[in-house]
Design a protein around this ligand. Structure first.
Ligand code: ATP
Ligand code: MG
Length: 279
């Protein structure tokens, strides 16, 4: 089966989400993120969205699907973790009416267990829905749950099976990955060797700055494309993910407790000194 690629008119795209895009990219619809991705994800790519608990993985993934629907690209949200009512409720709080999109056959929530998905042989559970909806986008929330059902040694193979299944159906997938150890420069993503299986990795990370918890987003890799290499600050607002400026004055963001860069410290001392002088 091949999934239909709904062609969205460039004008519709640009009206909804203005910004320069490279031809054929799968826009997230989050303007700043699309800019970081040089227009959006590459079509058909498997993207890993990694981050520790509560960093905004589900929110960003749902926003990617909802924006897809707005652009005429149907989407599927496969979840292993939450009860459907909770998903609809949480989405509604961001202003996203998933039930309405389902009624219009533009969206589907599939609640399943990884064991069911794997037992049914080559993930065939999804086939019917893929035929009905013909999605261009699909989210798996989360790939980490596979770990509970397969031996650690088999994890890479099972994840590969899921990714290959989605790729052969031509969907651009976002696979969520709970990564508690995105710190000290090492990602638990690499523990089971999954980072080599995906085409793109977007990481979300809590950062402690001056005793408050802020959040950083970084694109760790993107096969076949240039991308923004900086850590960008983001917030979860009542309308979804909002990306702000880069953490340019800090270094060591990856550690979770960054330091001000020397030049910034100097500027602060300088400002302090000139204030004292004036006083
Ligand atoms: N309606 C809302 N408005 C503003 N912020 C919200 C709203 N709903 C949730 N949040 C914020 O988003 C956070 C959770 O985001 P989300 O569920 O996307 O994270 P996650 O990475 O998927 O978490 P988990 O690891 O538990 O699955 C909450 O802790 C809260 O700070
Ligand atoms: Mg979640």
């Amino acid at each position: 089966m091949t999934a239909a690629r709904s062609k969205t008119g460039a004008s519709g795209f640009d009206q909804l989400f203005p910004g320069k895009a490279e031809e054929g990219r799968v826009r997230t619809g989050i303007v700043e993120l699309d800019e970081m991705l040089k227009g959006g994800f590459m079509p058909g790519d498997a993207v890993m969205l990694a981050g520790s608990a509560g960093t905004g993985k589900t929110t960003l993934a749902l926003q990617y699907l909802v924006n897809g629907v707005k652009l005429g690209e149907p989407g599927i949200y496969v979840t292993f973790e939450e009860l459907p009512d909770q998903i609809y409720r949480d989405a509604k709080n961001f202003g996203w009416d998933l039930r309405k999109m389902e009624e219009q056959d533009k969206f589907r929530v599939i609640c399943t267990s990884p064991s069911l998905m794997l037992e049914s042989g080559s993930d065939s559970l999804l086939d019917d829905v893929l035929r009905d909806i013909q999605p261009r986008r699909l989210v798996v929330d989360s790939l980490s749950h596979l770990e509970m059902f397969v031996k650690k040694d088999d994890m890479r193979m099972e994840a590969y099976r899921v990714i290959r299944y989605l790729k052969t159906r031509g969907v651009s997938s976002v696979l969520l990955w709970e990564s508690p150890q995105i710190s000290g420069g090492s990602f638990s993503v690499t523990d089971v060797g999954l980072s080599f299986l995906v085409d793109c990795i977007v990481a979300l990370k809590p950062v402690e700055i001056e005793s408050s918890m802020r959040k950083a987003l970084v694109i760790l890799k993107m096969r076949g494309s240039d991308h923004d290499k900086r850590f960008r600050e983001f917030e979860i607002t009542s309308t979804g993910i909002k990306i702000e400026s880069a953490f340019t004055n800090y270094e060591g963001i990856i550690s979770g407790s960054p330091r001000k860069v020397a030049s910034e410290k100097f500027m602060e001392m300088f400002r302090g000194a000139s204030k004292q002088k004036k006083a």
